[in-house]
Design a protein around this ligand. Structure first.
Ligand SMILES: *[C@@H]1O[C@H](CO)[C@@H](O)[C@H](O)[C@H]1NC(C)=O
Ligand SMILES: *[C@@H]1O[C@H](CO)[C@@H](O)[C@H](O)[C@H]1NC(C)=O
Ligand SMILES: *[C@@H]1O[C@H](CO)[C@@H](O)[C@H](O)[C@H]1NC(C)=O
Ligand SMILES: *[C@@H]1O[C@H](CO)[C@@H](O)[C@H](O)[C@H]1NC(C)=O
Ligand SMILES: *[C@@H]1O[C@H](CO)[C@@H](O)[C@H](O)[C@H]1NC(C)=O
Length: 499
């Protein structure tokens, strides 16, 4: 039995970190009672004026290992507006690290081979199209593409159950448009399975981070993994750090104290553990710490990290892989890209970081702006060898500023980087927000265009010549069929529209 005066404090520990018996040095007596009345308000404190400061202190002195993006970042450093961030860039060029683990790489290679074999038979359509002009063929292959952030997060976007059911109905009705579709924010593995199985008739080909190669076969695993998401040791390290540095010292702002002291322990959590802990985080990203009330669950239950991404295709996929932007590190929201070669076009499907919290918590960089540049740099480097035949789809969390259309800038340096070699036919013709003030599911008060179908600039003339004749950029899922806090963006061919 526990002492009555401690019950409130213990309740908070339980809510925050799981069972108190796991706190080796927990001394509940010094637990300030005031924390208990404000579990909800606990993390929401004043962040004004602190933007990035704590994150930078944590970031400095850390050696970041990467080589690939160095060139891009160095180019940006010559941009005066970027120089503010320069002091925090501390990459170690000598000990660069690949983005695919060995296991994943061989799995991806085997998967590619398998899929290639499977589709050699189905080359009738390809042969026919080869007779057309090669430029025309490439441009046509870029049409029929769709990006949609479906917002299937159980707690961050409201009305999850209703929206989920509605989206499933849409795909069952065959109302998911396009030939090649990149979906983001399909966070739950069960939702990913259901979407893939229910679209299989229309979209027989798919890629996700959960696709695996087993005995030479590419399969979408139906069995759940058996290993719990977290080990007790890793979650105890975080909770003890938090307790010793912040709670026992009666820190005035627990979130800032956590970021200032416990980011190494937070980052030492495996990606699957961190993803599991945060899978039911509240809509307010500052309440990140409250998610640690899933400690018990995640230490006993397996969790599959989907990265939210799936590519669905009507056309055969010849080549497929998944890359985690932060392989070997853990970030609060797992980030990566899917790659699929479809009709000789290299399709990239991604969802890169926004400014998630006012204070940067992920430790690997010193700000979300920097993390975004890094993720986009990785993506652009991967696409670059096939630049002329590449297509970037997704939620890039970066928007241009278009005052005439009431569109607000978001992460402008990231946008500049993205449009160095790519352009958006949608932006040249539609300019309607994709994450909008008037969508009741959003919580941001500005209109932004962060969902993009990006085509290499070298095809601009050919694509724009087709626009309004054979091709149309469109905003989709923006009427009665709104199912997400985002609207989708499509680059249709006339053929797609007639469907
Ligand atoms: C699906 O089709 C049924 C029957 O045609 C229709 O009643 C329903 O509204 C459709 N649902 C969606 C989400 O389009
Ligand atoms: C903890 O901090 C609060 C305000 O920040 C203060 O009122 C309280 O006396 C402190 N308690 C201890 C045990 O230091
Ligand atoms: C965990 O915290 C979240 C956010 O504060 C809350 O919505 C949820 O109900 C809590 N879950 C449990 C099991 O206490
Ligand atoms: C809302 O949008 C503004 C401007 O685009 C951006 O600076 C801010 O980070 C966004 N806030 C959230 C919570 O997404
Ligand atoms: C422009 O967007 C803001 C939200 O950022 C909204 O409050 C305002 O009503 C919009 N103005 C017009 C003219 O649509």
């Amino acid at each position: 039995m526990r002492n009555a005066p401690c019950i409130i404090a213990i309740l908070w520990v339980v809510l925050t970190f799981g069972s108190p018996h796991r706190q080796a040095h927990a001394n509940h007596a010094i637990y300030p009672k005031t924390y208990s009345d404000s579990v909800d308000g606990l993390i929401i404190k004043q962040f004004a004026g602190l933007n990035g400061r704590v994150g930078q202190e944590v970031g400095n002195g850390r050696t970041l290992k990467d080589t690939e993006n160095f060139q891009l970042i160095r180019e940006l450093e010559s941009d005066p507006s970027y120089s503010e961030m320069k002091p925090s860039l501390m990459y170690d060029q000598s000990s660069g690290k690949g983005h695919l683990s060995k296991g994943r790489k061989s799995a991806a290679n085997a998967m590619e081979k398998r899929i290639q074999k499977r589709h050699i038979k189905k080359s009738k359509k390809t042969k026919k199209s080869k007779k057309r002009g090669s430029k025309d063929r490439i441009v046509n292959a870029m049409l029929g593409t769709v990006t949609f952030n479906v917002g299937l997060h159980p707690t961050v976007v409201p009305e999850y159950e209703t929206r989920r059911a509605k989206f499933i109905e849409i795909i069952e009705n065959g109302s998911l448009p396009g030939d090649v579709v990149c979906l983001q924010e399909v966070w739950e593995a069960d939702d990913l399975r259901e979407i893939i199985s229910k679209t299989r008739t229309d979209f027989p080909f798919s890629v996700s981070a959960l696709h695996q190669t087993i005995d030479g076969d590419t399969v979408f695993p139906t069995a759940n993994p058996s290993i719990p998401a977290c080990t007790l040791a890793e979650v105890n390290a975080v909770s003890q750090c938090f307790f010793n540095n912040c709670l026992a010292n009666n820190a005035t702002d627990l979130f800032l104290c956590f970021v200032g002291n416990c980011v190494p322990e937070y980052q030492a959590l495996s990606q699957v553990c961190l993803a599991c802990l945060l899978a039911r985080q509240s809509r307010n990203p500052k309440e990140l710490l409250a998610s640690f009330n899933r400690t018990e669950f995640c230490a006993t239950t397996p969790y599959e990290v989907t990265y939210g991404l799936v590519i669905l295709s009507k056309r055969p996929i010849e080549d497929a892989s998944f890359v985690d932007y932060h392989e070997g590190y853990s970030v609060s929201v797992p980030r990566g890209y899917l790659r699929a070669k479809v009709s000789d076009i290299h399709v990239f499907c991604t969802h890169t970081t926004p400014v998630l919290t006012d204070v940067y918590i992920d430790g690997r960089f010193s700000s979300y702006a920097e993390q975004s540049l890094y993720e986009l740099g990785t993506l652009l480097n991967a696409a670059n060898p096939d630049l002329e035949r590449s297509l970037l789809l997704g939620d890039f969390n970066t928007s241009p500023s278009i005052p005439d259309a009431n569109i607000t800038s978001q992460l402008p340096l990231s946008y500049d980087l993205l449009v160095q070699n790519y352009f958006s036919p949608y932006l040249e013709t539609v300019t309607l927000c994709t994450f909008c003030y008037d969508n009741w599911l959003t919580y941001n008060l500005s209109n932004v265009i962060i969902d993009h179908v990006l085509v290499p600039k070298s095809w601009r003339d050919l694509i724009m010549a087709k626009v309004n004749r054979e091709a149309t950029p469109l905003r989709i899922f923006d009427g009665d069929d709104t199912v997400s806090d985002h609207y989708g963006v499509a680059l249709f061919s006339q053929e797609n529209q007639e469907e």
